[in-house]
Write a protein that binds this ligand. Structure first.
Ligand code: SF4
Ligand code: SF4
Length: 180
């Protein structure tokens, strides 16, 4: 049974004509460049019940600590999202790009954060952050094999994993090195 069926959580996907040619063209054109530079067009994926990016990362400008819900999170998310200051959210939030939303061909539905318990983000490099309650999520299958496959394919810049207060590089041979 795959992760989506096991958890019963289903990501929301808005149907619009797929643009795979644009996705692959952008990805090949940006190969070897930064994660953010590889931002792609609309993919149809929506946040739904997820708000991992408003909980797990440190948010500059808000002094929001890691693994702490942002004080601006709505208690009841609406169709307009879960941020109560959306129009005035700080630049860090404005610039955030969610790897699950922008790389559907690399990260399938099982990577939806409420299912995988991981957030994929990044600036210069992609960063996989595990929820504190699931520090070994990155080692579980199907995720670990897919991460190695992505690293070996070199379709993204080198990948970092953050879990249990540590951040490290994931090498193509499965070894790890601390980020200094
Ligand atoms: S982590 Fe991704 S899917 Fe979840 S709320 Fe943030 S942008 Fe949406
Ligand atoms: S300001 Fe809004 S978008 Fe930024 S972390 Fe808080 S709730 Fe999320």
């Amino acid at each position: 049974m795959n992760a989506v069926a096991r958890t019963g959580v289903k990501p929301k996907v808005r149907r619009r004509p797929p643009r795979p040619h644009l996705l692959s063209e952008l990805q090949s054109r940006n190969a070897g460049r930064t994660f953010l530079a590889m931002k792609t067009a609309f993919t149809g994926r929506e946040c739904g019940e997820c708000h991992a990016c408003c909980v797990l990362p440190y948010i500059r400008g808000l002094r929001k600590a890691r693994n702490t819900p942002c004080k601006h999170l709505k208690s009841k998310p609406s169709s307009k999202g879960c941020c109560s200051i959306y129009e005035d959210r700080p630049p860090t939030c404005h610039m955030f790009e969610c790897g699950w939303k922008i790389f559907p061909d690399l990260f399938d539905d099982s990577w939806y954060p409420p299912i995988s318990h991981m957030l994929i983000s990044g600036g210069l490099f992609p960063l996989v952050t595990c929820e504190p309650q699931h520090p070994d999520a990155w080692r579980a299958e199907p995720y670990y094999s897919q991460l190695l496959q992505i690293v070996r394919s070199e379709r993204l810049p080198p990948m970092m994993i953050r879990t249990g207060g540590r951040t490290f590089w994931l090498n193509a041979d499965g070894t790890t090195e601390p980020v200094k």
